[in-house]
Design a protein around this ligand. Structure first.
Ligand SMILES: Cc1cc2nc3c(=O)[nH]c(=O)nc-3n(C[C@H](O)[C@H](O)[C@H](O)COP(=O)(O)OP(=O)(O)OC[C@H]3O[C@@H](n4cnc5c(N)ncnc54)[C@H](O)[C@@H]3O)c2cc1C
Length: 383
């Protein structure tokens, strides 16, 4: 089955059969075979194979708000993280610079043992294997994993975030980096998340004896610049235009093909940008999405244009006399870094969705302030 069809079916099935129990059951990690208590929609939402509005609408159609409040909040956590990082892009830059400084650490035994599932901590080894095999971990396991990585194994949080980003099918620079920061005690400053043996054994299906974790560690402290930078949304001109679709907003064309009048369209294959570092599983998933987008481009617009790098783009611009290159908005991440660099030489505009434009500014403070805006978001896009 096609990925978009699979995603829609999974959304429908989850809402009909499991959503009503989500708020009481979601914290249990019942193992990879028993994931009904959570939606497992993240890999679709991260690539916008499903967009947030359709996820919210589908759930809202089935139940009243109090029953699905928790689920709605979780979907909107992602929007919050995205908006939060968009307004503080310097943190993404700093994270990348930190990774660069830490690049020799990956050759050390401690890092190798952790990422090869060879530590003395049995559940941690289990999660490493599960992550590599499935490209997914339950939210609670992600929290335990990150906490043990930072506070028991004493490894740099940035390397853990990097390991996650490259192995998670839902890997998202905002949700991932900011969740790791939250566990470390940087996001809610001075408040770290400490995994405990008791909590793991309560919520994990598999039980573990004699877990020796550092359950009293102090939060990580870093000096950093958290000044908010104003959001910028490009003005878009569609004359002589090339619309370049990518797999971080996979359903964009389906949703907006009748709204905008572009002259040509193409697929941007970002795997070349990510290739050296990301797991094969993640790259294969992204390739499969690209194939689906390309089929849509062919069927609807007779286009089979694939762009793999700046030179490919320049060729199309010259051959087709393109004046304006337009792309669905790219948030902080490696793909945006690549395009931002080209943007300085080629006229590329990001086309932002109304949803992002409306929601991102609400992420200027903590999640509780953002939560107060949820009724407004639902009234505008969902109800
Ligand atoms: C250290 C760490 C790293 C993480 N890295 C990522 C990541 O790279 N990409 C990612 O999408 N999520 C990330 N998360 C958030 C969360 O763990 C996953 O979104 C969730 O587990 C996905 O499973 P699900 O689709 O079954 O979620 P459900 O519980 O069914 O939630 C529905 C949707 O809401 C969103 N969501 C749920 N919980 C969160 C959350 N805590 N933060 C942000 N969005 C959420 C997701 O889009 C998810 O698909 C991370 C969390 C931690 C603690």
């Amino acid at each position: 089955m096609e990925i978009r069809a699979q995603a829609l079916e999974k959304l429908e099935y989850f809402c009909l059969n499991h959503l009503s129990k989500y708020s009481t059951q979601r914290n249990f990690d019942n193992g990879p075979e028993y994931r009904e208590n959570v939606s497992e929609l993240s890999k679709y939402i991260s690539h916008r194979i499903l967009d947030e509005v359709e996820v919210l609408k589908t759930s809202y159609k089935k139940f009243s708000y109090p029953i699905i409040e928790k689920f709605i909040q979780e979907v909107l956590w992602r929007t919050y993280w995205k908006g939060w990082l968009e307004m503080r892009p310097q943190l993404w830059k700093k994270y990348k610079a930190d990774l660069n400084k830490l690049k020799d650490e990956v050759n050390k035994e401690e890092y190798q043992n952790a990422t090869m599932a060879q530590t003395k901590i049995e559940p941690f080894n289990d999660w490493v294997k599960e992550l590599k095999e499935h490209g997914y971990l339950h939210n609670h396991a992600r929290m335990w994993f990150a906490s043990i990585w930072i506070f028991t194994l004493n490894l740099p949080w940035q390397l853990g975030a990097d390991f996650f980003l490259k192995h998670l099918l839902d890997g998202d620079p905002a949700s991932n980096t900011l969740s790791w920061r939250w566990v470390a005690g940087l996001q809610t400053r001075g408040k770290n998340y400490l995994a405990t043996s008791w909590n793991i054994n309560k919520f994990s299906k598999k039980k573990y004896n004699n877990l020796k974790l550092n359950e009293n560690a102090a939060p990580i402290l870093e000096s950093e610049n958290l000044t908010i930078q104003p959001l910028h949304f490009d003005k878009v001109d569609f004359s002589n235009s090339l619309l370049v679709i990518h797999n971080l907003d996979s359903v964009f064309l389906q949703k907006y093909k009748n709204k905008f009048q572009f002259n040509h369209c193409a697929l941007m294959d970002f795997n070349t940008v990510l290739e050296n570092n990301f797991s094969k599983k993640v790259l294969d998933f992204k390739s499969a999405i690209n194939i689906e987008i390309l089929t849509e481009l062919k069927n609807n617009f007779g286009s089979n244009l694939i762009i793999k790098n700046k030179d490919d783009l320049l060729k199309i611009i010259t051959n087709r006399n393109i004046k304006n290159v337009i792309m669905p908005y790219l948030t902080c991440g490696y793909e945006n870094d690549y395009i931002s660099e080209i943007k300085t030489k080629i006229n590329i505009s990001y086309l932002v969705r109304e949803y992002d434009q409306f929601c991102f500014p609400f992420a200027n403070k903590g999640f509780f302030a953002f939560k107060d805006q949820i009724p407004k978001i639902l009234a505008k896009f969902v109800i």
